[in-house]
Design a binder for this molecule. Structure first.
Ligand code: CS2
Length: 463
């Protein structure tokens, strides 16, 4: 018989409940395997932790119900190629539905809350291909309308649809109640190029569309911190729940599984303090770009290539795909191209590549290609297109990056257009329905890319 998991059944294994000093938007498995892990391991006294996280869900509110029933507790399974290690996680102390604007406002109006982290996916920023907030987007315009009404009324806290809208509301209230003590760090933890600018553009773009002068006020209070985040975290399955119950005796309804590897590189200021994440191995740097590119191009770039080429070849997981010699070759070729533009000596590319291969080959991590294949438009735009462009700019063919783009196009053309799991599904459907789908899909990645004759010869051949 297994026991429900909560603070009373866990007893002293969790230490005291830490005060909320962090807010997280996008409560999903990755947050719970990454920032929550770093925060818990940053504590110097595990019995008296100082940094609690109040999290808000992303698209689905299920995690709020599941975790609330467990007082925020859950078990993290660290799965190496050989064995599992089980750890009780207790740094998340509140799990709220995304719709709970009053709670978000209350938290952000508290001077003790010092950090907001986000994992809302690339699509969750609602940016257009030029990197600015897409004000034509339906969720964005609905938030603009709601905020225009709510901002002048101090007590109003309407339900909002975007992370940017929620932050505008919460930060506006913070500045009103705390004045010159409102300094706070907003830390994007999504896999994007320059994620600090992405979240800044989203939030300030929203503020600008709502009220004169608000963007400037928010920009003064907020330190936009950029990060490169890494930990492979497959989706939770029923099997995992059973294994956790067998091994720990707890009937955890929301366990998380992740690989042992984890990395967090951050750049930026924390005006109101932060957990000592360096105690847990986080690195603080002045210039994030080399680290961010290494991660986005080498890891995420080949993940996406494997997602599309792998599914087309009939594979289901990363471990299966990388065992296919043709796909392995495609991965190595992509790495060779990308590595030419990753020359900072701190990056140690040979060691990084070797460790990636071991991570991909971990036979006990069932990381599904279908999971990675979602939201391909945003992903390919930042994972493959820049490698192709860097290669072209230095006079080379960019053939491996082009092969990856082609794999995406070929895979997309086998999908049911009505069921595309992509934040840009409408644009993709339109492109797929046109006379020259491959060219039109390239234009979705970047306007004008469809006119690139060289890329066309590599990608569109046989169209
Ligand atoms: C993956 C990432 O789903 C995806 O697009 O490439 O989630 C990847 O597993 C993480 O970035 C690893 O840190």
């Amino acid at each position: 018989m297994s026991t429900p998991l909560n603070r009373s059944t866990a007893g002293e294994r969790t230490g005291s409940v830490p005060p909320v000093r962090m807010v997280h938007l996008g409560l999903g498995a990755f947050h719970r395997a990454h920032q929550a892990w770093f925060t818990q391991h940053a504590e110097t006294d595990a019995a008296h932790p100082e940094w609690g996280i109040a999290a808000f869900t992303g698209r689905s509110s299920r995690a709020a119900d599941d975790l609330t029933a467990q007082d925020g507790l859950y078990i993290l399974v660290e799965r190496s190629a050989e064995a599992d290690a089980f750890e009780l996680m207790s740094s998340v102390v509140e799990a709220n539905p995304a719709s709970d604007s009053p709670r978000l406002v209350a938290l952000l109006s508290d001077a003790d809350v010092a950090v907001v982290t986000l994992t809302v996916t690339e699509a969750g920023y609602h940016l257009d291909p030029s990197g600015r907030l897409d004000t034509d987007d339906e969720a964005v315009s609905s938030d603009v309308a709601a905020l225009k009404k709510a901002l002048p009324e101090p007590a109003a806290a309407p339900e909002l649809r975007t992370a940017a809208g929620r932050l505008v509301l919460g930060l506006d209230r913070r500045i009103r109640s705390l004045g010159d003590r409102s300094g706070i760090a907003v830390v994007s933890c999504d896999n994007m190029a320059d994620n600090a600018t992405a979240v800044r553009n989203a939030v300030l773009g929203m503020a600008r569309a709502c009220q004169d002068g608000l963007a400037e006020r928010l920009d003064e209070a907020v330190s936009w911190v950029g990060t490169s985040v890494d930990r492979i975290t497959p989706a939770t399955t029923q099997d995992l729940r059973r294994e956790v119950a067998e091994e720990t005796g707890y009937d955890d309804v929301a366990p998380v599984v992740a690989e042992p590897f984890r990395s967090w590189v951050l750049a930026g200021e924390f005006p109101a303090g932060r957990p000592a994440w360096e105690n847990a191995g986080a690195e603080f740097v002045e210039d994030l770009e080399p680290f961010e590119r290494r991660k986005l191009w080498l890891l995420n770039g080949t993940h996406s290539y494997m997602a599309y080429a792998g599914q087309t070849a009939g594979h289901r997981s990363v471990a299966e795909a990388i065992a296919d010699p043709e796909i392995l070759q495609g991965v190595e070729d992509f790495w060779d191209e990308a590595a030419r533009h990753l020359t900072d000596p701190r990056l140690d590319i040979p060691a990084y590549r070797e460790s990636l291969l071991a991570r991909y080959r971990n036979p006990r991590i069932h990381h599904l290609l279908a999971q990675i294949g979602k939201d391909g438009a945003q992903k390919m735009r930042i994972r493959a297109v820049p490698v192709y462009e860097a290669e072209r700019a230095s006079g080379r063919t960019g053939a491996a990056a082009a092969r990856s783009i082609r794999a995406w196009i070929d895979w997309l053309r086998t999908q049911d257009p009505e069921h595309l799991e992509d934040g840009e599904a409408d644009a993709l459907r339109q492109a797929l329905a046109g006379a020259e789908p491959a060219r039109a899909l390239l234009d979705v990645l970047r306007p004008g890319l469809g006119q690139d004759a060289h890329l066309g010869s590599l990608v569109i051949a046989g169209d």
